[in-house]
Design a protein around this ligand. Structure first.
Ligand SMILES: Cc1cc2nc3c(=O)[nH]c(=O)nc-3n(C[C@H](O)[C@H](O)[C@H](O)COP(=O)(O)OP(=O)(O)OC[C@H]3O[C@@H](n4cnc5c(N)ncnc54)[C@H](O)[C@@H]3O)c2cc1C
Length: 404
């Protein structure tokens, strides 16, 4: 059998390659740049560590509380707990410069081959996929023939482009990594902050995510360009200036974040996973877990259907994915539009997050990745609180923006 090619050896690609290698299949990872660190806040649910067998040493900091600031700077503090308190009630903060190399090395140790090179084009043929790429540091293009291609090459996916698919709608997310003096760092020992407001993030939210020795300060910046994203980040830094005083920026990073999943993610001899498939979820912008999960699911489907690599066979992956997650994606997309649509709604969203049932359900589904049936009493309480917040914010004059 010809090898299976995974394009992109980041969180999604390395997980797919590892799953295939463990099954004894020949697999090649093609990664454009092994020294590149994917711009990312690095927030991960504890479930990811269990499900993908990740060592706890990859956790740079555990966050037990989160504070949401509305556009007018009203605060809602939330404990990171699910429906029942447990040992796994936290958000794990990881650094991509640690996580990605770990996943790649593990896939290689289990038998995957790693080539540092860039996919340029591919052509699906009846007896395989002809892949054109350029190895890093080489001038000449090279070709190889593979059985199937798994596109794990992110939001600007060359694989998707070569398959003739449309560009996904996306926003730019930007962040700075800042080393703070010890007394300032103490503020973020166990807490991550989220900031709402169109001046800091038109479509998502802005954040401060703490790591062991620095904070990542960033914003999901709407479908603009990097210059626009920089302006929003400057607004955020001004909003929280006293808390960042004396900090030293050691990295500025920005990248696209897909805003909508693709309906079709499997084709004849090709599958898309993670950001290449647009599988970031709305409202939170969470993408690492979903890239790993889709990478594993695509690989398991392939193991199951080989040697049949027809579109019909590979669409099993798509069917399983959408059966399991369509409702979640739709709900979170709707919630993002409803909650972040304008600044009054952001105020309502902040108030909604004060409801204990909303807090527990949010973290239950985030931490454990399971949907829970909501008891009707809780449903009534949530609906009552949301309606009250909605009425309150639309009846009273707009709250003035305040500095923190
Ligand atoms: C600023 C920012 C903050 C974020 N914060 C979080 C967060 O806190 N938590 C969270 O869960 N998600 C977060 N995300 C989203 C998360 O980073 C992505 O969803 C996740 O990395 C997707 O993984 P992936 O494997 O699909 O693709 P990527 O991680 O984007 O990796 C794609 C890989 O493909 C390679 N590649 C690209 N083109 C080619 C080519 N032509 N040939 C060969 N290789 C190629 C790239 O070099 C890269 O290694 C954030 C995103 C951004 C931009």
């Amino acid at each position: 059998m010809k090898p299976i090619l995974v394009v992109g050896a980041s969180v999604g690609g390395a997980t797919a390659a590892n799953t295939l290698a463990l099954a004894g299949l020949p697999v090649i990872m093609l990664e454009r740049d092994l020294s590149w660190v994917k711009p990312c806040g690095g927030a991960l649910p504890p479930k990811a560590f269990e499900e993908f067998d990740l060592p706890q040493s990859l956790i740079s900091r555990r966050v037990y509380k989160t504070t949401i600031y509305s556009p007018s700077n009203r605060r809602t503090e939330i404990d990171v707990v699910g429906l029942e308190e447990g040992d796994h009630d936290y958000v794990a903060m990881a650094c991509r410069e640690d996580l990605d190399p770990f996943l790649r090395a593990r896939a290689v140790a289990n038998g995957a081959e790693l080539i540092e090179g860039q996919l340029l084009d591919l052509s699906v043929q009846s007896d395989g996929v002809e892949v054109t790429y350029r190895a890093k540091g080489e001038r000449e293009k090279q070709t190889m023939k593979v059985e199937v291609v798994i596109g794990a090459d992110g939001a600007y996916s060359t694989t998707a482009k070569a398959l003739g698919l449309e560009r996904l709608p996306r926003c730019i997310a930007i962040q700075e990594r800042i080393r703070l003096p010890e007394d300032k760092m103490a503020r973020w020992q166990e807490t991550a902050d989220l900031y709402l407001g169109h001046d800091v993030s038109p479509d998502l939210y802005a954040w401060v995510f703490p790591k062991s020795d620095h904070v990542a300060v960033g914003c999901g910046a709407g479908p603009g360009n990097t210059a626009e994203a920089r302006r929003l980040l400057a607004n955020l830094k001004q909003r929280i200036a006293p808390e960042l005083a004396g900090g030293e920026v050691f990295l500025e990073e920005a990248h696209a974040l897909p805003m909508h999943p693709r309906e079709h993610i499997a084709f004849e001899r090709a599958m898309l996973i993670g950001d290449a498939a647009g599988l970031v979820v709305g409202t939170s912008g969470e993408g690492i877990y979903w890239a790993m999960k889709s990478g594993k699911q695509a690989a398991l489907t392939l193991i199951d259907v080989l040697p049949d690599v027809s579109e019909k066979a590979l669409r099993q992956y798509e069917k399983i994915w959408w059966k399991e997650y369509r409702t979640m994606y739709r709900f979170l997309q709707w919630l993002q539009k409803w909650g972040y649509g304008n600044e009054r709604q952001m105020e309502v969203f902040t108030d909604m997050c004060r409801n204990k049932d909303v807090q527990q359900l949010t973290f239950e589904s985030y931490m454990h990745k399971r949907m829970t049936r909501v008891p009707w009493v809780a449903q009534m309480r949530m609906t009552g609180d949301i309606l009250a917040a909605q009425v309150r914010h639309y009846l009273r004059p707009r709250t003035k923006r305040m500095s923190s």
